[in-house]
Design a protein around this ligand. Structure first.
Ligand SMILES: C[S@@+](CC[C@H](N)C(=O)[O-])C[C@H]1O[C@@H](n2cnc3c(N)ncnc32)[C@H](O)[C@@H]1O
Ligand code: SF4
Length: 460
């Protein structure tokens, strides 16, 4: 039973409201342009006193073709020279950011995300890592967690070899669904062979962890069709799996307007798919980490969750809670000291700032003590499915029941529904509450009181 996903349809229906995914708290909705690049630079320099390790995120936005469901920050182009124009600016940003942080601070975590990071050439990949190593202290192989998002249509076995050579030891592969009908409807034609070629190369090259992304709720999907995809994925045994719920928000994500609403599976079919997925992955030995993520029980995420050391940030779940996160490239978000800072979203604006020798931060937020405390509480709950009051009291010098009196009262309804238990010493999320973890976290979110969360996706 431990770490399994148990679904209760009636409770899912009752709690099916929009909500944040808490990759940050406060969420990006609270970022504002009163927070400037200078504020960020000052806070970043101040963190050097801590000597904390660093986590670096690089955003490579380009995609050769656009998948209609996509909600990521991407730029569609077939012109590969765009990669070079972008990288020239990224190198300058790396230098500007590198000046802020002491070289003695090791890069424990590094991630290339997108868009499609493998859009750039092998030579460009080598150069990006070389420039990074000029300005930051990269760790020797396997002492760090260096990961990359790969579109198997944009990578060969040779690409995988290059990535391993320059220091990557983890990857996630975008698959979504193997069904040709689904693939056609979402404009992502990708053969099983392409996917397996990259996965096998990753194993041959000694990647420590391979994760696969699937999406349920796409056009034409049925329980049977998705089961077929899932079985083929289970057969090849990735270390981790992300099974994302497709969020159809065409007013926000333009490519989604090309998806026919009447081809989308209705909520009851999505729920069937989810039941099947939970059962199949449990039978195959995967444990539920939370928020769409599954892992083999010996994977370090699953181990960290059992040991209470799991952490969550913009890259999803990780084991590196002690890092300052430096985001580079358009739209990327950093989490440094007590602030979040986001870079400009458009290529032209980003190029203009960097060409003028400036950081590209255009908004952010400085966390108050209350924000930091609530972030800690939300992170503990979402990662560990439990909360030890005394740990929070000790860290923040508060009396939990005094400080969070109204929140504990609000949780009473969830206790009655069997989502969680509140004992004298803490909160324990029960198996049916795991799927509804964001609803539980939302109780501790001070900013939801006056917004109804329309910008966020739903549970199902
Ligand atoms: C940046 S992409 C991964 C790398 C690469 N671009 C690719 O597609 O293979 C990140 C992942 O987000 C997920 N994703 C994108 N749009 C989504 C949406 N609207 N709903 C749910 N998941 C989505 C997909 O599973 C995708 O693999
Ligand atoms: S899913 Fe990946 S490849 Fe497809 S459009 Fe989004 S970022 Fe690009």
């Amino acid at each position: 039973m431990e770490q399994q996903l148990i679904l209760d349809d009636a409770l899912i229906a009752k709690y099916d409201q929009s909500g944040p995914r808490y990759t940050s708290y406060p969420t990006a909705v609270q970022f504002h342009d009163g927070f400037t690049a200078d504020d960020y630079a000052q806070i970043a320099r101040d963190t050097n006193a801590s000597g904390r390790p660093l986590s670096l995120y690089f955003h490579i936005p380009f995609c050769d073709t656009i998948c209609f469901y996509c909600a990521c920050n991407k730029v569609a182009t077939k012109d590969r020279s765009k990669g070079d124009e972008y990288l020239q600016r990224l190198y300058r940003e790396i230098a500007l950011q590198g000046e802020l942080f002491d070289r003695s601070r090791p890069v424990e975590q590094l991630h290339w995300g997108g868009g499609t990071p493998t859009f750039i050439s092998h030579a460009e990949m080598r150069e990006l890592m070389r420039v990074t190593g000029e300005h930051f202290q990269l760790l020797p192989d396997d002492q760090g967690e260096y990961s990359i998002e790969i579109d198997p249509r944009e990578a060969t076995a040779e690409t995988v070899g290059v990535l391993r050579e320059i220091g990557f030891n983890r990857m996630s592969l975008g698959v979504q669904d193997f069904d040709p009908r689904v693939q056609k409807a979402v404009n992502r034609i990708q053969s099983e062979e392409e996917t397996l070629a990259v996965l096998n190369a990753a194993r041959a090259e000694g990647f420590r962890s391979v994760s696969i992304d699937l999406i349920y709720g796409l056009p034409h999907q049925t329980r049977e069709s998705f089961e077929n995809t899932l079985e083929r994925i289970i057969d090849v045994g990735p270390d981790r799996l992300s099974v994302f719920n497709y969020a159809h928000l065409p007013q926000i994500f333009k490519p989604q307007r090309r998806i026919e609403v009447n081809e989308l599976p209705p909520p009851e079919v999505k729920l069937e798919i989810l039941h099947m997925t939970a059962a199949k992955l449990a039978a195959a030995g995967y444990v539920y980490i939370g928020m769409d993520h599954f892992a083999k029980p010996d994977d370090e995420l699953a181990v960290a969750q059992r040991e209470g050391t799991l952490y969550r940030n913009f890259q999803g779940y990780s084991t590196h809670s002690n890092c300052d996160l430096v985001g580079m490239g358009i739209t990327s978000i950093g989490s440094v000291g007590n602030c979040y800072a986001q870079n400009l979203k458009g290529l032209d604006d980003y190029y203009q700032a960097i060409d003028a020798g400036q950081l590209a931060v255009f908004r952010g937020v400085r966390l108050s003590k209350d924000d930091e405390l609530r972030r800690d509480v939300i992170t503990r709950i979402i990662c560990n499915f439990s909360l030890d009051f005394s740990a929070v009291e000790k860290q923040w010098n508060i009396d939990f029941k005094d400080y969070f009196g109204p929140e504990l009262e609000q949780l009473a309804g969830m206790v009655d529904d069997g989502l969680l238990e509140i004992r004298g010493s803490g909160i324990q999320v029960l198996p049916v509450g795991r799927m509804l973890i964001r609803n539980i976290c939302m109780v501790f979110d001070a900013y939801l009181k006056d917004s109804k969360g329309q910008r966020f996706s739903k549970v199902i």
